[in-house]
Ligand binder design. Sequence first.
Ligand code: ZN
Length: 430
Amino acid sequence: MEKNFMPDIKTMDEIYEIQLQGLKWTVKHAYNGSPFYKKRLDDAGISPDDIRSLDDLQKLPFTTADDLREGYPFPLLSVPIEDVVRIHASSGTTGKRKVLCYTKKDIQDWTHFFARCYQMAGLTRADRVQIAVGYGVWTAGVGFQLACEEFGAMAIPSGPGNLDMQCQFLEDFKTTVMCCTASMGLLMAEEVNRRGLRERINLKKMIFGSERSSDAMRRRIKELLGLEHMFDIPGMTELYGPGTGLDCIYHEGIHYWADYYILEIIDPDTLKPVPEGETGEMVVTTLKKEAAPLIRYRTRDLTRLIPGECKCGSIFPRHDRILGRSDDMIIFRAVNIYPGQIDHVLSSIDGIGSEYQIHLERGKDGRDYMTLKVEREQGLDSSSDEALKKRIAEEIKKQIMVSANVEIVDYGTLPRSERKSKRVFDHREQ
Ligand code: ZN
């Protein structure tokens, strides 16, 4: 018997009502439980009683990653520390990490809505889910794991890397679903292909977390493995972890769990909401989170809301895939460029592989120069390189309005990674 993890919500008005109640609860809970939030709200002249409608969200001050770092080790803590049953920390390169606390109920809530992702992806209890993501304090393999068990499918906690073992598990355990980064998915697809394993495995779906994946890369993975579906699972440690939404089988945006958080899209410069459908920064407010609630947390992730109803009939609203981070923005000759835009252009061009690198240099003339290194499609010889270069440069110019030098390199020569592939190499002096 399959369990149902989708709520019985029929209209957006019902969602708005849940959001209003959740917002009121969150502001009150944070105000009473956290000296940080109390001060922040007092400074803004807002008391919990001022929240009467969803429009009042706009009155609330933002929370940022700096607030999390300043509150180290247990930022935004809004419950007694004894009620905290787990912490996770997000990876960071220097300085203080972002640490997030969870109560028992937070873990249960996360597990519940994560199980929805497996349901949205059309899994059943008969599925076998190879969880090839990291387990540990930085990452949330445990989120994939608990939700899989709650859902009732078989979890195979393989962790990342170790392609040899991954291939053996695919073959011996007849894994049907694999959860990994898209980069790891590409490595697996190429490895399965190289070993001629495709007919001996039963892999139907992949769920990609923690990395933006280009359309070209996804097409390549799908072809090599003969997959039915690939899904994107968004998530950040601040907002529980992965599993805060999933695209449905129509893959026209990510349905997000609007009964657990409110998503706003703002202009990162003016901090005002952008018109529906326009790209901006995701800002999230949690509705049920106890240990470390988020009030208008600026995620730095860029995306847009997708207007209208989805063909699948789900009531849950949709946002687009993550286009990039406002921090990843490249400023090149006074043009703002996100790596996602380059992905998008390259994905529309035939004859090239999925891997590419963006190199930025400052010339002797003081001007900035961009070189794109792009892999030729597998099996093609170099005779079409000149035409490809021209085509890519033209499309980049047309769509992003910058000039780039293009180098075509042999298929398989750019490095593959089991985690996130590095795409941008900025050699300009700072
Ligand atoms: Zn849908």
